[in-house]
Design a protein around this ligand. Structure first.
Ligand SMILES: [Fe+2]
Length: 282
């Protein structure tokens, strides 16, 4: 007989949000944007849904950046990504530097990550595989700068509305999403106006959050049968508005749920080409 062991079964609990699927920031120039996200960061332009000059979807493992053409939006905080190889990333970023020199593009390497600024100021922090479960390529978290004193209410919101498990620290909090992703919030004195960038999440129970948000008059768009949007995070205890970040909320019946995303091996070039190694293999 196997000896009884004490397992903390709650560690494997998953709340109502199964995944954060994309981060949407508008960009004014698709040529520069694809040069940055594809050639610089090494990600893959979605080959199947191609909007041409009006929008580009960039695949990063099982997540995406959506980049519609418009005045630039800048996420208030930063997006964490996992890439296959930091040394190779540093080489690619160096190689795109001269063409992006008249933009906000910049990068710096730290002990465990490379912090990158996109041509319009979005902050992206790139990690090697290993820090976020078994994610080898993807977006493990998005971190938002939020007003001082709002983190306790933000955790209450995701616990109450989305049944998420959360971690509350002194000036920050983390909301657990699916297997190994988080939404992070960090209190900051920075005051930046919200420009409309958004994130998309998939939820198991679609109607309960909708009922709550509708009752509080927080639904901003009834997109279609499988998607709605809300903008404002409130404290369920006081009703106080805490932070605006548009969430595109999708059900598991949304046609794009678990859509297969193509990812390439970013190390393949004309000069070092290896047969059969075109696809990213985790
Ligand atoms: Fe979206």
């Amino acid at each position: 007989m196997v000896a009884a062991k004490d397992f903390d079964r709650s560690i494997d609990d998953v709340g109502n949000i199964l995944c954060m699927e994309h981060v949407n920031v508008t960009v004014p120039d698709q040529t520069l944007a694809t040069y940055f996200y594809v050639n610089g960061l090494g990600f893959t332009r979605d080959p199947y849904i191609d909007f041409g000059p009006f929008n580009v979807w960039i695949n990063v493992g099982s997540q995406q950046f959506h980049l519609p053409t418009k005045e630039p939006q800048v996420l208030r905080g930063h997006t964490g990504v996992v890439v296959a190889d930091l040394d190779a990333l540093e080489k690619r970023l160096t190689s795109v530097s001269s063409r992006l020199k008249d933009t906000k593009f910049a990068f710096s390497r730290n002990r465990e990550s490379i912090s990158v600024t996109c041509p319009w100021g979005n902050q992206i922090k790139c990690y090697a595989p290993g820090k976020f479960g078994n994610m080898k390529l993807g977006i493990p978290y998005v971190e938002f700068d939020v007003p001082v004193g709002t983190c306790p209410g933000i955790t209450r919101f995701y616990e109450k509305v989305f049944n998420c498990t959360t971690t509350l620290r002194k000036k920050s909090c983390e909301i657990n999403v699916g297997r190994g992703q988080t939404l992070r919030f960090r209190e900051s004195k920075k005051k930046v106006d919200y420009d409309g960038h958004h994130i998309a999440i998939y939820v198991v129970n679609f109607s309960e959050p909708h009922s709550y948000l509708k009752k509080k008059n927080l639904i901003t768009e009834e997109s279609d049968a499988h998607q709605y949007r809300f903008l404002t995070i409130i404290d369920p205890k006081s009703g106080k508005k805490l932070f605006d970040i548009e969430h595109e909320v999708r059900s598991l019946h949304h046609p794009m749920y678990e859509r297969f995303l193509v990812n390439r091996n970013a190390s393949q070039t004309f000069f070092n080409y290896q047969q059969g190694r075109d696809a990213f293999v985790p």
